[in-house]
Design a protein around this ligand. Structure first.
Ligand SMILES: Cc1ncc(C[n+]2csc(CCOP(=O)(O)OP(=O)(O)O)c2C)c(N)n1
Length: 209
């Protein structure tokens, strides 16, 4: 089921599939809570995916730590606008550290999708009587924090460039991807946090991990 909202054109699963199109590569992927976890799993579960399940506000800080610890690997954080709004301070910390190997992609549906589509602060003020948005511009916030390569992607024609940037442009890079409001099948990764952590460490560090 899709809900048409002007300006929200992109399908999140299609974008994430493009971002993760090579399941065998060694991209280190961290997904923020809820929907982003189901998105990366729908693209193909893999040991180097770290879905945070219900851990709100954590993925950017975690991605930063990973990027600093593993400068030879590319780290991609994929999360939602609600999650990003909760942890805006981590953008300033990313800017302070300037990790060249970190990309952050925020799938911005202007809603807390997972909990019933309440409007987040990225929702425009004029979105109707149930909206309580503030029109917050996450791309501008990231730029103002000091992440110079920060932009918003709205058009299908810009997705190929997004994928290239997320995977290879010199970081830190920050992209807001405006996505439509959709009710999608839940595609769940393993539920056990210790298992997720251990398989990630082993895939990254070998048996010693
Ligand atoms: C600290 C905390 N507060 C609230 C929740 C409940 N919660 C689960 S998913 C979610 C909404 C996430 O919204 P967003 O990041 O925009 O993702 P979307 O599902 O819209 O892609 C919330 C509030 C939580 N998991 N943790």
């Amino acid at each position: 089921m899709k809900k048409a909202i002007p300006g929200l054109l992109l399908e999140r699963r299609a974008v994430v599939r493009q971002l993760l199109k090579d399941p065998d590569d060694d991209l280190l992927v961290i997904a923020g809570l809820g929907s982003s976890c189901w998105d990366i799993t729908a693209a193909g579960d893999r040991p180097l995916n770290m879905p945070l399940w219900g851990g709100m506000g954590a993925p950017v800080a975690m991605g930063l730590g990973l990027a600093l610890a593993q400068p030879g690997k590319r780290v991609l954080v994929i999360t939602g606008d609600g999650d990003m709004l909760m942890s805006l301070g981590s953008l300033a910390t990313v800017a302070a550290q300037q990790p060249e190997n970190l990309a952050i992609v925020v799938l911005d549906n202007e809603k807390y999708g997972e909990t019933g589509n309440q409007a987040t602060h990225t929702s425009p003020r004029d979105n109707g009587p149930t909206a309580s948005g503030a029109g917050a511009d996450l791309g501008a916030i990231a730029k103002a924090c000091g992440i110079a390569d920060s932009a918003t992607v709205r058009e299908p024609g810009a997705v190929a460039q997004l994928v290239g940037d997320a995977r290879t442009a010199q970081g830190p890079i920050f992209r807001v991807v405006k996505v439509m409001v959709e009710k999608l099948e839940l595609v769940m990764p393993p539920q056990d946090g210790a298992l997720l952590k251990d398989r990630f460490r082993r895939a990254l560090l070998g048996p010693a991990g």
